[in-house]
Design a protein around this ligand. Sequence first.
Ligand code: SF4
Ligand code: SF4
Length: 410
Amino acid sequence: MGYQTPYAPTRTELSSCIQCGLCLPHCPTFRLTGKETDSPRGRLTAMTAVLDGITEIDEVFAETISFCLGCRACEPVCPSMVPYGRTLEGARAEISARQGGVPRRLRGWIMETWLGSPAIMRVITWATALVQRTGLARIAPRRVRSGLRGLRRIGWRAPSLRGRTFQPDREPVATVGLLTGCIMGPWFAEVHQASIALLVRAGYRVVVPSGQTCCGALAAHDGAAEGAARLAVRNAAAFRGVDYVVANAAGCSAHLKDYHHWAPGEALGEAWKVRDITELVADAVEDGRLPRLEGGRGMVALQHPCHLRNAQRIVTQPQVILEAAGYQTASIDPVCCGAAGFYSILRPDTSARLGTDKADEIRRSGATLVASANPGCEMQLRSHLAGEYRVLHPVELYMQALSGTTEGQV
Ligand code: SF4
Ligand code: SF4
């Protein structure tokens, strides 16, 4: 029967795999089970078998694809540059299209409508703040309790930045449009504040377009392809005219850089350029627009989010920022921490195993605090470190060092 949707893995993508197996030792699921079917090569073979009509999209195929973390650790090590993340999103779109039914439609609705609506996110934020301030978390299901442990202390309502513009005190070097995102605005407001303050100080004019919405990464990773495409088209229109779109969640910046798969060329325009905040801030440090502070602040365990390191190949920039803030860094194994979007809810046991390993490694590193440039990873680390460490975004640590404060949540 083959594939049915326009998002399906293509023959060109799949046939670029030369079956060399170099990716296998880097794949966390293969490392856990040792099975070929749980490796990148095995999954690409399964996708090709569906394309050729040898197998169907059945429960076995769905299980093979859903066990994948989407960490893309297989991509940087691949000599044939197989676009594995793209094929994975395509395979999940196909599975989603076949499954149908109320649960699948409900998931798609949540990914697009809930995450894309500031009004609904305000209600969710208010309810989450209530749960944090009462004993309600104790009666929540185990999967939800684990997620709640990883959250920062959430305010009842974060001030909206949408529609605002922040000017530097000199001729701007460029105009950047800040993605406020679905959860970054209400749950990680301090990261936005630090990002804007650093960008303005580095000479950027920062606009926060009011028509923007969720980037759609979670929808795309879950196979809700139509919803992800609609969100991409809305953002393409909202950010028209800026020099760069900037995001401070690695999952969002990685997905925005892949928008050419999700929005038609005419919607995106030729000028579509995206930067993760760590790229712009590290550039400004290196060319002297932002200062380097004296060292001696202590050791930070630097976690490398998969969607920063593997999807965007951003490796050194967070370290440049932390060193400019006066910290030493302890790099920890870049293997996925197990957060992986909704993976921690859908597959709590595998997620917990990876999260526990990561927490143990941080404890052994000698660091006194932790830096992560992705909200999902931050929540996973905080949850598994059980309140022993402060976990913050590198730009927050840098901004705090510049302003002489040390706030932050464990
Ligand atoms: S994305 Fe991660 S879990 Fe999935 S096949 Fe690649 S390395 Fe393995
Ligand atoms: S490294 Fe690349 S080419 Fe080799 S098996 Fe893995 S995906 Fe295929």
